[in-house]
Design a protein. Structure first.
Length: 222
């Protein structure tokens, strides 16, 4: 029982850190990561908060999953909806917390927030994936694309990112006549986060797994 509590703690912590990293990328004003781009675009063109927009976008992703999977798994859909609300709350909460930091009015502060966001997002993703609990709708959609079109997961993920960015850019251009959520930071995030995770994963994940299963190993020793 302790193991599942630790996995839940790791999972929720990972989601919070992920949201914190996404909020840092928003603070940088250099373009947000592909994962956050559509939600942030909707935030820019509507009165919705970033968190509420994230929930709305994730609901669309859940519907697309059902279409691609050609079935309706109500239990999975409800679970993803609940996770969407939690992550949306974390997005608004972390943006509120970061509002106390200086605004990115200089290029070096923008660069600092962007670099921080890349490393924080990577750490959050490692914790969230290591917990091996249900995926957020964006990540689950990548698996739906993979299974539906019989492509590798990396290709499905890249396809999802590209579509997300294109839709985000189109919405911002149509309604705001500017790229809005898309910028150099979007490209940097798309290229860098996977590499940072590859660097950090061997260093962080073994320690996280050891902590999660410490109680089990202790019982086995007895």
């Amino acid at each position: 029982m302790k193991t599942i509590y630790k996995r839940l703690t790791l999972y929720v912590s990972g989601l919070f850190i992920l949201a914190l990293g996404c909020s840092f990328s928003i603070m940088a004003h250099l373009g947000v990561s592909p994962v956050s781009s559509l939600a942030y675009s909707i935030h820019l063109i509507t009165p919705l908060s970033v968190g509420t927009a994230s929930v709305c976008v994730y609901m669309v992703f859940i519907a697309i999953q059902m279409i691609l999977n050609r079935c309706v798994d109500l239990r999975e859909a409800c679970l993803q909806m609940m996770l969407s609300v939690i992550f949306g709350f974390f997005m608004d909460a972390t943006l509120w917390l970061l509002a106390f930091l200086p605004a990115a009015n200089t290029w070096w502060l923008q660069a600092a927030y962007l670099i921080i966001s890349l490393w924080v997002i990577s750490c959050g993703l490692i914790g969230y994936f290591t917990a091996k609990l249900p995926l957020l709708p964006y990540d689950a959609l990548s698996f739906a694309i993979k299974n539906r079109f019989e492509v590798t997961f990396s290709r499905a993920k890249i396809s999802g990112d590209v579509i997300n960015v294109l839709v985000s850019a189109s919405l911002c251009w149509i309604f705001l006549q500017q790229w809005g959520a898309i910028g150099i930071g979007t490209a940097v995030a798309a290229i860098s986060i996977g590499k940072i995770m590859g660097f950090l994963n061997p260093k962080i994940q073994p320690a996280l797994l050891a902590w999660v299963h410490a109680h089990t190993h202790h019982q086995n020793a007895h």
